[in-house]
Design a protein around this ligand. Structure first.
Ligand code: COA
Length: 330
């Protein structure tokens, strides 16, 4: 049997919750200011999910939009992956809740954990499942309710994150090269620079653990910043090389939306200033949803068009990082 080798994105969607939290709102919660946050991160506001909205609710909204964009029904999906670090529950997977909500009754479903890098890792996983011939149609979602895991008393982290979800439908075939090879890497020796140390088996739920606020995200910002710049720039260079594409061929670079200064530093290193898509000002860092939302927005606002080459890159806790290249064929 000939294996289908081209896998394309046939639809995208995204969703952010209604409530907007501005830098000025944050300045009422912790000692900070709009000027401090904007000058250090490029962020102005972020969206925060309602108390009764779980990650699967955000994911299902993005999924429904992506299916409509692709023009297919949920029961045509064979595979559904949710990349998240803020699942509805430890188990079952958030993907199973999404399956039930959208009616993807023929799909097998699982979550993928690669922190903020999750959407690109999930895209690569789904692409390879399709390319192998194992499945025909896959839905990949990056979804986060970061607001549930943020310490709202820690000004070093609470200003940085937002809630949201983005999704893409993948299928075999399509014009052009589709989703090409990824370059991905991880370094577990640096896990403690960005993590949520409490609540799992290493440090189970207890009154003491909660009193110590160990169930919230902890980060050493400066260290994370340095590694993010180096790793994302390296990953893009490696992905371009693997696919025989030069930087000048790329119409649009879509990096993880963590901080405008990280994005600008990568753009300078790679000589791609002016071709980089950003929306961090509106949504802050939505972790695994960030790349997915940016891809959907870039497709919908006409930044990327049929035949364009797009390079994407991510970085997150673990550390994890990656980049890939795709030819837009919609
Ligand atoms: N408002 C005002 N002051 C703040 C603040 C806030 N929200 N957060 C921290 N500060 C203070 C610090 O306490 C520190 O004060 P001190 O010098 O008196 O100790 C000072 O600002 C500088 O802190 P520092 O952490 O060195 O600032 P920075 O320039 O590195 O910016 C980050 C901090 C978090 C914005 C930046 O390091 C960053 O973006 N890192 C990457 C984070 C990231 O992207 N994580 C996710 C990756 S997926």
């Amino acid at each position: 049997m000939d294996l289908p080798c081209t896998v394309s994105i046939i639809g995208t969607g995204s969703y952010v919750p209604e409530k907007v939290l501005t830098n000025h709102d944050l300045a009422k919660l912790v000692e900070t200011s709009d000027e401090w946050i904007h000058s250090r991160t490029g962020m102005r506001e972020r969206h925060i999910a309602a108390a009764d909205q779980a990650t699967s609710d955000l994911a299902s909204e993005a999924a429904t939009a992506a299916l409509a964009d692709a023009g297919i029904e949920a029961d045509e999906l064979d595979l559904l992956i949710v990349a998240t670090l803020s699942p509805d529950m430890f188990f079952p997977s958030t993907a199973c809740f999404v399956q039930e909500k959208i009616g993807a009754k023929n799909a097998f479903c699982y979550d993928l954990g690669a922190a903020c890098s999750g959407f690109l890792y999930a895209l690569d996983t789904a692409k390879n499942q399709i390319a192998s011939g194992a499945v025909k149609t896959a839905l990949v979602i990056g979804a986060e309710k970061m607001s549930s895991f943020i310490d709202w008393e820690d000004r070093g982290t609470c200003i940085l994150f937002g809630d949201g979800a983005g999704a893409a439908v993948l299928q075999a075939g399509g014009e052009g090269r589709g989703i090409m090879q990824s370059a991905m890497g991880s370094d577990g020796s640096l896990a403690d620079l960005l993590w949520t140390p409490g609540g799992g088996t290493r440090n189970p739920i207890s009154h003491e653990m909660i009193d110590q606020r160990q169930h919230y995200l902890k980060m050493q910002g400066r260290e994370v910043f340095k590694h993010a710049v180096v790793r994302m720039a390296e990953a893009v260079t490696e992905a371009l090389g693997k696919n025989g594409v030069s930087s000048g061929d790329i119409k649009c670079f879509i990096p993880h939306q963590a901080n405008i200064r990280i994005i600008d530093a990568i753009a300078k290193r790679l000589g791609i200033v002016g071709r980089v898509y950003t929306n961090v000002e509106k949504y802050a860092n939505t972790s695994s949803a960030a790349l997915a939302i940016a891809l959907d927005e870039a497709a919908r606002d006409g930044t990327i068009q049929k035949g364009d080459l797009v390079a994407m890159t991510v970085f997150g806790g673990g550390f994890t990082w990656g980049a890939n290249v795709l030819e837009w064929s919609k």
